[in-house]
Design a protein around this ligand. Structure first.
Ligand code: CA
Ligand code: CA
Length: 547
């Protein structure tokens, strides 16, 4: 306990404010002489986001929290855990501090993942009621959290009434009604991904599975239906949508960008400040290209996953290369859409858990979190990522979507189909929410610190990178970013063992001192970044904000 108190006192003296509990003390006790001697400046007040630059949290609804012991996660369960996500006070609390939630699909569907929608303007009865959803939105509004829902319109379920009617009409030789909602062709015209309509010689396009017939998105009647669906959810209070599978939007000769432009324009027409993020699981060329549709945001797949830039940087330590890539990527996407918002992340419900390829090493996981969360844009934390949840080494959906370990016994309580290679909680639970909140050295605490730093320094998410600061070492680099007339520097030493010491010129950013820092090392380690004149000393695996 004494050790912990010393650590807190030191953090306060250095104005690091790593602990939310010390934030008020910090303002009162830090004298200006302490500040100048360590090169620190008072951190700014943490302010909740009012725009679309946020820190999002992805909730796979089936697996997050089950409120009524029927083995299915649900909306009342999410409501019961909102204080963990954001308690409404950005300055203090045990909450992570996220201010955006992406809910995977919640509308009626027979599958547990619900990416095959049977009724777009409904809540699946296993997840709760529309009243529950309205309550969720009201509770999120109180806490300053924006909610976006998955909008899965590349395809519907084969049980959706549009498709049921389409098949009936085709059997009657009628191709002018609901058949036009889908891509239905004669046998001789079918290509890969087409499946037989039973009892006919006709085929429908379904790239993912026979339960997911692809909608004809160039049909004005389909667009009118989708507009109604979007309006329905905006009226319920959502801030926007996560668009599923946009690269499959292509319809008969059109690559799908026309529909992407239409849906982006329609979202802004219905709600001016709405926010759309697209799943375009592609390389940089295609993602960049699709920003020309005006879409607000797309997930940054090339920088995610085991082989992406963030994890590669954790392995190599070459943060200079990462920041150079980030600067050119920002320039690239903003040349296609001046308001483009990048969406960095490590993993999602279709990917191996990040802790697995960060070799279950807590410091690596913290450094990865620092790298993607301190990038420009709106990052996404996949539920449980902040606890270092593991999957199995089997490439299998179920293991990407394991129950959130609140107490650690959820594997026995929440049903996730198709789990391979996980037989008990010990196989994937590294720590629980309960334990991580009590542990000052947990990954969760690092996420809290990073988000607080971002709320104190709005330039990190919103700024334009004007310069990459290089040093003699590739593992120590920074970038100058400018927003609303202010320039700050994000500087990182990504090496595992070396302390970096060197000059940071004020010519590109006239900083006053260190406004905050976060480290991947044990928080009880007394070594902190220091600034003397323009000479900065940064311990290993530590990021610093200069302003
Ligand atoms: Ca339930
Ligand atoms: Ca809080």
């Amino acid at each position: 306990m004494i050790k912990k108190l010393i650590a807190i006192a030191m953090a306060a003296a250095l104005s690091v404010c790593a602990f939310s509990a010390c934030s008020t003390d910090n303002n009162n006790t830090s004298s200006s002489s302490q500040n100048t001697s360590s090169g620190n400046v008072q951190p700014q007040k943490a302010v909740q986001s009012a725009d679309n630059y946020r820190n999002f949290y992805q909730i796979f609804v089936n697996s997050f929290c089950d409120s009524n012991d029927d083995s299915v996660g649900d909306i009342p369960g999410i409501i019961s855990k909102l204080d963990y996500l954001n308690d409404g006070d950005p300055e203090k609390g045990d909450d992570i501090g996220i201010d955006g939630i992406w809910l995977t699909p919640i509308a009626k569907s027979s599958s547990y993942h619900k990416y095959d929608v049977e009724d777009y303007c409904s809540i699946d009865p296993n997840f709760g009621t529309m009243e529950d959803f309205e309550k969720l939105i009201a509770e999120c509004n109180k806490r300053g959290i924006n909610v976006i829902t998955d909008l899965v319109v590349n395809h519907s379920s084969n049980k959706h009434e549009w498709f049921v009617k389409a098949c009936e009409e085709v059997k009657q030789g009628n191709f002018d009604g609901y058949a036009k909602y889908y891509h239905i062709v004669k046998e001789e015209d079918k290509t890969t991904g087409y499946r037989l309509i039973e009892g006919t010689n006709y085929y429908y396009e379904a790239n993912f599975s026979d339960t997911m017939p692809e909608l004809n998105l160039s049909n004005p009647d389909v667009r009118a239906e989708i507009k109604k669906i979007m309006k329905f959810w905006f009226d319920k209070g959502v801030s926007g949508f996560r668009l599923d599978a946009i690269k499959y939007y292509d319809t008969g000769g059109d690559d799908g960008k026309d529909f992407c432009k239409w849906i982006s324009d329609t979202a802004h027409e219905l709600k001016k400040d709405s926010y759309i993020v697209g799943e375009n699981w592609s390389g940089t060329g295609q993602i960049s290209d699709w920003y020309s549709t005006g879409i607000d945001s797309q997930f940054n797949f090339p920088m995610s996953s085991a082989i992406g830039d963030y994890v590669t940087t954790v392995r190599t330590g070459n943060v200079k290369k990462l920041y150079t890539t980030m600067q050119s990527w920002q320039k690239n996407i903003r040349s296609k859409n001046k308001n483009a918002i990048d969406s960095p992340f490590l993993s999602n419900h279709d990917m191996v858990r990040s802790a697995a390829y960060l070799v279950k090493n807590l410091e690596n996981e913290k450094l990865a979190a620092m790298l993607y969360m301190l990038s420009p844009g709106t990052p996404y934390i996949y539920y449980g990522e902040e606890l270092g949840i593991l999957g199995s080494d089997k490439d299998n959906d179920g293991t990407y979507r394991l129950p959130m370990p609140w107490e650690g016994d959820e594997l026995d309580k929440i049903n996730v189909p198709n789990i391979v290679g996980i037989t008990s909680a010990e196989d994937y639970v590294v720590t629980t929410v309960k334990d991580a909140q009590k542990d000052d050295n947990s990954l969760l605490k690092t996420y809290q610190q990073i988000i607080k730093l971002k709320l104190q320094n709005p330039e990190i998410a919103r700024g334009t990178i004007t310069k990459v600061i290089e040093t003699s070492e590739s593992y120590a680099a920074g970038y100058v970013t400018e927003y609303d007339g202010n320039k700050i520097i994000v500087f990182c030493n990504a090496d595992k063992t070396e302390t970096f010491s060197g000059e940071i010129s004020k010519s590109d950013c006239d900083y006053s001192g260190i406004a905050g820092q976060v480290t991947a090392r044990d928080v009880t380690d007394s070594e902190q970044a220091k600034l003397e004149g323009t000479t900065i000393t940064v311990p290993p695996m530590t990021a610093v904000i200069l302003r």
